[in-house]
Design a protein around this ligand. Structure first.
Ligand code: 4PL
Length: 246
């Protein structure tokens, strides 16, 4: 039996990059994955690759009505939810001088508000069955203070605190809440952005040499979703080739 056999998972932002790799890994481990993303065409492709009962659902995680519709569909199809991966995020490259309040709000709306709305709706379903795994995709920028993304780093710092606080509140329902902090990773989004120019510098700081791919991040998420992680909650696993050692 595979480690995630019979598990139902939602992965947000799973149309591409780290989210898509997580979706594929959870499916490889036996889960059925709901590929939630605003990019529905790409999400549908990933869901088709996943096969089985996996499906794509157009979801803006920051719109409460869309989050409700997503959870209603999962309830209708499966009658339960075991795993939520809060992966959807905007990854900006915006200098501090260009970070106005609208930009700050745009980032926080998806990265932090989205995780709140998703966790709220998912934990409501999970607690009914006294089981759940919530895994929040954070970032090692919260340790490094990486430039050109102050709003993003602040939102991910929020995710770290939220992970710890939510773990405390819903542990009583046998729901664990943990975070993974990837470092710079060669995802489609990063490769198409100025972050792609940072690999040389970041590699010089890493203990391990080379570039992370989305497939390097997914196994830590699958582990936290597995039965072997049942006693781990409120924690943060850093997956960055030893860039940060704290
Ligand atoms: C080290 O999460 O962790 C760039 C862009 N550099 O999004 C990230 C590092 C980026 C990162 C990240």
């Amino acid at each position: 039996m595979k480690p995630l056999e019979n598990r139902i998972a939602i992965v947000t932002g799973a149309a591409q990059g780290i989210g898509a790799a997580i979706a594929r890994k959870l499916v490889a481990d036996g889960a059925t994955v709901v590929v939630a993303d605003v990019k529905i065409a790409a999400a549908t492709k990933v869901a088709t690759e996943c096969g089985g009962e996996s499906f794509a659902f157009a979801t803006d995680v920051a719109e409460e009505s869309q989050v409700a519709a997503l959870h209603a569909e999962v309830q209708k199809r499966f009658g339960r939810l075991d795993i939520l991966v809060n992966n959807a995020a905007i990854v900006p490259f915006t200098a501090w001088d260009d970070t106005d309040f609208a930009e700050w709000r745009r980032i926080h709306r998806v990265n932090l508000d989205g995780a709140f709305l998703m966790s709220k709706a998912s934990s409501e379903m999970m607690r009914k069955r006294n089981f759940g795994r919530i895994i929040n995709i954070c970032s090692n920028t919260i340790f490094a203070g990486t430039p050109n993304m102050a709003a993003y780093v602040a939102s991910k710092g929020g995710i770290l605190g939220f992970t710890r606080a939510l773990a405390t509140e819903i542990g009583q329902f046998n729901i664990t809440v943990n975070a993974v902090t990837p470092g710079l990773t060669a995802s489609e989004g990063v490769k198409a952005s100025p972050h792609n120019n940072a690999f040389g510098f970041v590699e010089s700081l890493q203990a391990l040499k080379g570039q992370a791919t989305p497939e390097d991040i997914a196994p830590a998420v699958a582990f936290l979703a597995s039965d072997g992680a049942r006693w781990i909650t409120g924690q943060t696993i850093n997956v960055d080739g030893g860039h940060m050692r704290h």
